[in-house]
Design a protein around this ligand. Structure first.
Ligand code: AHR
Length: 316
């Protein structure tokens, strides 16, 4: 497979483009497959598992890919090691979901020097390195935070809000917090990270209820933490969705079920099933074709009007 030259790419394309679902193309000869090294975060929860499943389903040999998946358990050092392995294997494209935004310049310089293009999957990075990566595909985290904040402004004026943050320094935490706080930051009485896990959400909410007994709304940066918060609220004798409202991000089936049951109040959608779009982007990058600087995966909002059919239809 011919490797793409970054010089062909436009310097900056600010417009986010939602690509059409990929036509995965005709079957390829083995030798022709696009060799993709993908470092995934894993170990977070149901959103991440659905994202991995979607990528695996799209990047198959039948669709012309040789996928080398590294499950790196939310560890930056594991991801850096995986990227170095991919460089040593001389893959055609490196894809990765960076656990945090900072600290990638050295390994991305190594990839650039090796002539291997890099695609960010889901999460974003901050970097001073020119041409550190070719493109990113993922959600608009700030817009998600704004959607949650808008609901709080309209439906819970005067609420004391606790912000259950995702992994500190991750694109999803930074963006969702910035978007939310820009609208209702004055209402936030406390914040702490639950690391995007259900157990983290439960433990941090339990501690928050002791530190801020008057809090009456939790904004969780993802569904797994929100469901953990619901457990903690019940254990503390507070009724989720009644005494303490809960707003979340993702849109997993479990969260929509909790929304329908009245335990959650709002779920902002973040769709993990963009494997087909990723496949299309990777094929173009590997072929040296121009791609947009970013592809935004669209998402909606679910409130208590969510139907049983919508819950049942949820694939993750
Ligand atoms: O980066 C996307 C976030 O990461 C999802 O909201 C969360 O569930 C995942 O772990």
């Amino acid at each position: 497979m011919r490797r793409g030259g970054r010089g062909l790419l436009p310097a900056v394309l600010a417009v986010a483009v939602a690509l059409a679902p990929a036509a995965c193309g005709a079957p390829r000869e083995d030798g022709d497959a696009v060799r993709v090294g993908f470092s995934q975060l894993s170990a977070e929860g149901s959103w991440r598992a659905a994202n991995t499943a979607s990528v695996r389903a799209a990047l198959t040999p039948e669709h012309g890919f040789d996928l080398r998946l590294s499950e790196d358990e939310q560890k930056q050092e594991g991801q850096v090691a995986a990227l170095r392995r991919f460089i040593a294997e001389d893959v055609d494209v490196i894809a990765f979901s960076p656990v945090v935004e900072d600290g990638w310049d050295q390994v991305l310089r190594e990839a650039r020097d090796a002539g291997i293009p890099v695609v960010l999957v889901d999460r974003s990075i901050t970097t001073a390195l020119p041409d550190a990566y070719v493109t990113r595909i993922g959600a608009d985290f700030r817009a998600e935070g704004r959607r949650a904040g808008r609901w709080v402004l309209r439906n819970a004026p005067g609420a004391e809000v606790f912000e259950l943050q995702g992994t500190l320094g991750s694109g999803a935490q930074v963006g969702r917090q910035e978007g939310f706080d820009a609208l209702v930051g004055d209402a936030v009485v406390g914040a702490a990270t639950g690391g995007f896990t259900r157990a983290g959400g439960r433990d941090v909410t339990a501690a928050a209820l002791e530190a801020w007994p008057g809090l009456d709304l939790v904004f969780a940066h993802n569904d797994d933490m929100a469901l953990g918060a619901v457990e903690a609220l019940r254990a503390a004798g507070r009724r989720p969705g009644v005494d303490v409202r809960v707003v979340s991000v993702d849109g997993t089936r479990d969260a929509l079920r909790a929304l329908a049951a009245g335990d959650l109040d709002l779920v902002v959608e973040c769709d993990p099933q963009f494997g087909d779009q990723l496949a299309r982007v990777l094929r173009r990058v590997a072929a040296g074709e121009d791609v947009p600087a970013s592809t935004t995966v669209p998402g909606g909002v679910f409130d208590r009007s969510v139907t049983a059919e919508q819950v049942a239809a949820r694939a993750y």
